[in-house]
Design a protein around this ligand. Structure first.
Ligand code: G6P
Ligand code: ZN
Length: 543
């Protein structure tokens, strides 16, 4: 086996976004594209000689090829050991768990998360730091800088390795340890939750449906829900990971997981429904007749977490991304703990979790997690809900209604305008930015602006600063509008408009969100001129 040094040149646009480098699968399949980025990671972290890494992906098309390539590159770059999930599979939270539990020097996760997969879909790669979380901007910037100057990569010439069975095998001087993708993660879940209580819940006739969306959580959900917790066979649907996710869009929201939502809102509904995304870090929660928004889910989990053994001592703090509704803030206030407002992107929670300032974190984009890992964790959220349901023995709809009665309801919706012209979207944001100074005091569609800014964040732990993280327009206590451009798309730009209205009166908490939010939506159009600027009559996705 010989080590080859291959000459290469920078590829345009290898800039990590909200969550690693994402591009079309075909972009990644260009000769040298993946290799150039992987070598840039290795170089930017100071080389991987003698180090141990974790490696796995969500099983999408090109996952296996990429894993084989990265193993050969790790061997050629002198790594000591790589822990890789069997068949190259590791959900994002499971990868974080392996990095932390086995104390590896970080890891590489192959996924484009909830983006469609397949030869015509998307692919992605991200580097996670030894704490188990996504690399902070200082590291992703260093990786990007390296991609601009790189001129060679190293790879071992060797046959592909068998990854279908667990165990250790050598690749040149590299020890490759093929691990069960579920075991370490499952052990962590057993320590956090009362599996006895959840088993008793299922034994009492409680029925749930978990939609794995043909993505990576299938094996995890089968092993935990149907295997250990005694949920009946058939609880997990679409449970076999497929390279193209069955042609679907593995994003757990009411649009892409419509079948599940329809079932839960229909006449034959089970008690509880949940879904997870391509790489297993997102979650959607829906009770019989009751869809739970991610922002409400965060608030309810925070208010009830003490019912689960792993959180019985209470929470140190809550953190939410800025566009996530302010429901969690009121829970934090009641608990007398801090609530942190961070920019979009899980990586911003890392320092707060490391410093013990926050215990539970969440985002409107269907991400919830805690200090057990440094990634959001779809199944963790489902298990925490199950633990709470096992203790409270109430329907989800009842828990939701009681929560709103106690804390008020935040009607919430996000409107996405996908794959729009990038220059037009940037123009819209720039025009909004220019308006900001003159907005306070102005009435728009019957709502009065009390504050307006371009969100900037100073990390309270390490002092790092992130600017231009979204335009925030607050209309008193009553409503809020946020505009930002997505950092995860691969075509053009995606404008996200987040609409929110607070309703403290229990008698008025049962409206349809579209109705309750109509004035806020009108204010968004009046302020941003979305139709004229983007040429779109309506959003592509409303969640
Ligand atoms: C990924 C990140 C999340 C983020 C989400 C939406 O899932 O891990 O932290 O909230 O993308 O990002 P976007 O920039 O597309 O709104
Ligand atoms: Zn994901």
């Amino acid at each position: 086996m010989t080590i080859r040094t291959v000459r290469t040149a920078p590829f345009e646009g290898q800039k990590p976004g909200t969550s690693g480098l994402r591009a079309t699968t075909r972009t990644f399949m260009q000769p040298g594209y993946l290799e150039t980025f992987v070598q840039s990671i290795f170089d930017a972290v100071g080389g991987i000689g003698g180090r141990t890494l974790t490696l796995g992906g969500d099983g999408r098309f090109f996952n296996e090829r990429a894993i084989q390539t990265i193993l050969k590159m790790a061997a050629a770059n002198g790594a000591a050991r790589v822990l890789v999930g069997r068949d190259g599979l590791l959900s994002t939270p499971a990868a974080s768990a392996v990095i932390r539990e086995r104390r590896t020097d970080g890891g590489i996760i192959l996924s484009a998360s909830h983006n469609p997969g397949g030869a015509d879909g998307d692919f992605g790669i991200k580097y996670n730091i030894p704490a188990g979380g996504p690399a902070p901007e200082s590291v992703t910037e260093a990786i990007y800088a390296r991609t601009r100057t790189i001129d060679q990569y190293r790879i071992l010439e060797a046959p592909d390795l068998d990854l279908t069975t667990e165990g250790e095998r050598m690749l040149g001087g590299l020890a490759v340890e093929v691990v069960d993708p579920v075991a370490i993660y499952a052990g962590l879940m057993r320590r956090l939750f009362d599996f006895e209580a959840i088993r008793a819940l299922f034994a009492s006739g409680f029925r749930m449906r978990f939609d794995a969306m043909h993505a990576v959580t299938g094996p995890y959900a089968r092993a935990l829900l149907e295997g250990e917790l005694g949920a009946p066979a058939g609880t997990v649907v679409n449970g076999v990971p497929l390279p193209d996710f069955g042609g679907g869009h593995p994003d757990p929201n009411p649009v892409y997981a419509k079948a599940l939502v329809d079932e839960l809102l229909g006449p034959e509904a089970p008690d509880f429904g949940a879904a997870s995304d391509g790489d297993g870090d997102r979650n959607m929660i829906v009770g019989r007749g009751a869809y739970v928004t991610p922002s409400d889910s965060l608030a309810i989990l925070a208010a009830n977490a003490h019912l689960a053994p792993g959180y019985a001592r209470g929470l140190a703090g809550i953190a939410r991304s800025m566009p996530t509704s302010r429901a969690a803030d009121r829970v934090a206030a009641k608990l007398g703990i801090p609530c942190f407002e961070t920019p979009t992107g899980w990586k911003f929670f890392g320092t707060l979790l490391d410093a013990g300032k926050a215990t539970i974190c969440g985002e409107e984009s269907a991400g919830t997690g805690s200090d057990h890992l440094r990634e959001k964790d779809g199944l963790w959220a489902v298990l925490l809900w199950l633990d709470i349901l096992a203790v409270r023995r109430q329907p989800v709809a009842g828990i939701l209604a009681e929560h709103w009665a106690a804390y008020g309801r935040d009607y919430y919706s996000r409107h996405d305008y996908e794959a729009v012209d990038k220059a037009a979207a940037e123009g819209l944001m720039a025009a909004l930015r220019d308006l900001l100074g003159g907005l306070p005091g102005r009435a728009i569609e019957g709502l009065t602006v009390t504050a307006a800014d371009d969100f900037a964040y100073t990390d309270p732990v390490d002092g790092s600063r992130a600017e231009h993280q979204g335009i925030r327009i607050v209309f008193g206590e009553a409503a809020r509008l946020v505009f930002r451009l997505s950092g995860t798309g691969t075509a053009g730009a995606t404008l996200r408009v987040y609409l929110e209205r607070f309703e403290p009166d229990p008698a008025r908490q049962a409206e349809a969100p579209e109705t309750a939010l109509a004035p806020v939506a009108r204010a968004a159009e009046a302020l941003a001129g979305i139709r004229a600027r983007l040429g779109r009559e309506a959003p592509d996705v409303r969640t």
